[in-house]
Design a protein around this ligand. Structure first.
Ligand code: AMP
Ligand code: GLY
Length: 425
């Protein structure tokens, strides 16, 4: 099969790394890809926002399956455009992607389909939003309706801060994305991410992971796209996974089908495991980054037939996904200053030595090559140092040993990835 993977980050590096192992693969393309992705795929310099260019390329090369990594092109309708040309796609339509495009849409959708989630209200008027705060105890949860690169949620501790944030959101703190505001109840519990493949008719569990969104150790400091992740997540016991599949993920998939927006791709459920069982924090409509990196290390099966089955509507014919026994961890190395402003171009050494270590794969989220062929930093999150091991402790030791082999003075990482799970055993 001829495949085209859309995207250029660590998630897409992990996807091409996994797909390159498939016996069914005949040719692998990536757009735009990256120097690291180019080790497995032929990279085409077409931007993820150039929907026409991507569609033209897929048609011209008679691509058998397009796999879309990031949310933006899906939210803009890339999958619809490709399907209109008869090209199979792993990734949802614009209508199904609304689950991530609009938090207001998502909350009303959960309500229509009885999916457990936090009580909420949707506002465009500041006075009404402030009055709604009366119905909650602090802390308050305020969310921009639209896409805000993972930054559109604030959790003020006091009423005064919440009211100030309401004014800021509605006056465009996140541009148009925050002109509509969702206010919801604060849920207590432990967070977990559950992934499920969907072909629009049935769903299949595709792993559980936990990530660390805050930049600082002990889960402190600013929110980021994710500083590390691990899988499996001890909080996702078989019973919790079963409850989440039956009460949240299946109703979401069936609800989308019943609203003429069948979901073909991966559902990424961000859940809070509360005293009353798992509840929905949010849904994303693509693999998590960096959660995908640990899932790809753990899936024992060939991934390609599963992605193909999602695109073709034959997922029910596939067996459950089988997993390697070994847990996996990924630690993000970011450029100094991230998630604020950071420099590009610093030289990174030692990645080949790290890659040569047992059980270690370094996925590259944001690297370039300089004239001398050396790796250079080309983004905020730059490397995903990923390792498996007999236990999570062992995997973490390997990942940090690999990080110690990497010589990049202008980068940093959190030294406590997986602390919650490591503390338990
Ligand atoms: P989201 O972008 O909706 O995933 O929110 C970002 C983060 O804010 C989540 O990962 C949670 O840590 C936190 N969060 C969001 N909604 C709630 C809620 N209702 N209760 C508690 N924490 C929340
Ligand atoms: N790591 C969280 C996300 O991909 O949204």
């Amino acid at each position: 099969m001829k495949l085209l993977v859309i995207g250029s980050g660590g998630r897409e590096h992990a996807l091409v790394w996994k797909l390159a192992q498939s016996p069914k693969l005949t040719k692998l393309y990536a757009a735009p890809g990256s120097p690291a992705i180019a080790e497995h795929a032929q990279c085409e310099n077409i931007s993820v926002s150039d929907l026409d260019g991507l569609t033209e390329f897929a048609k011209r090369e008679a691509i058998d399956l397009v796999i879309v990594g990031p949310e933006n092109p899906l939210c803009e309708g890339l999958a619809d455009q490709l399907r209109a040309e008869g090209i199979a796609v792993f990734g949802p339509s614009k209508a199904a992607a609304m689950l991530e495009t609009s938090k207001a849409f998502a909350k009303d959708f959960y309500a229509r389909h009885n999916v457990p989630t936090a009580r909420y209200g949707i506002f465009t008027d500041a006075a009404e939003a402030k009055a709604f705060l009366d119905t909650f105890e602090p802390p308050y949860v305020l969310k921009a309706d639209g896409l805000a690169a993972g930054k559109g949620v604030v959790i003020p501790e006091t009423r005064a801060e919440a009211e100030a944030e309401i004014d800021e959101f509605l006056s465009g703190k996140f541009g148009d994305a925050s002109k509509t505001l969702v206010i919801e109840e604060f849920m207590r519990g432990e967070e977990v991410s559950i992934f499920a493949l969907s072909d629009g008719k049935s769903v299949k569990f595709c792993g559980a992971a936990q990530d660390h969104k805050r930049v600082g150790e002990g889960d402190t400091g600013l929110n980021t796209g994710g500083m590390g992740a691990y899988s499996p997540a001890p909080v996702a016991t078989p019973d919790i996974i079963d409850q989440a599949m039956k009460t949240i993920i299946e109703p979401v998939a069936h609800g989308l089908s019943s609203e003429d927006a069948p979901f073909q791709g991966v559902l990424f459920a961000g859940l809070m495991v509360t005293e009353d069982g798992p509840k929905t924090v949010e849904f994303n409509i693509r693999f998590g980054d960096p959660e995908c990196q640990v899932l790809m290390m753990r899936i024992a099966d060939d991934l390609l037939p599963y992605l193909e089955a999602c695109a073709n509507g034959t997922l029910a014919d596939m067996p459950e996904i089988s997993w390697k026994a070994e847990p996996a961890i990924t630690v993000v190395m970011a450029a100094d200053g991230y998630p604020g402003s950071y420099e590009k171009g610093s030289v990174i050494k030692g990645v080949d030595a790290a890659n040569a270590m047992d059980g270690v794969v370094v996925f590259e989220a944001g690297t370039q090559r300089n004239a001398a062929g050396e790796r250079t930093a080309n983004g905020g999150r730059v490397l995903n140092v990923t390792a498996t091991g007999e236990s999570l402790h062992y995997a973490a030791d390997r990942a940090y040993a690999a990080i110690n082999a990497i010589d990049w003075p202008e980068g940093f990482c959190r030294r406590d990835i997986a602390w919650r799970a490591l503390k338990q055993n």
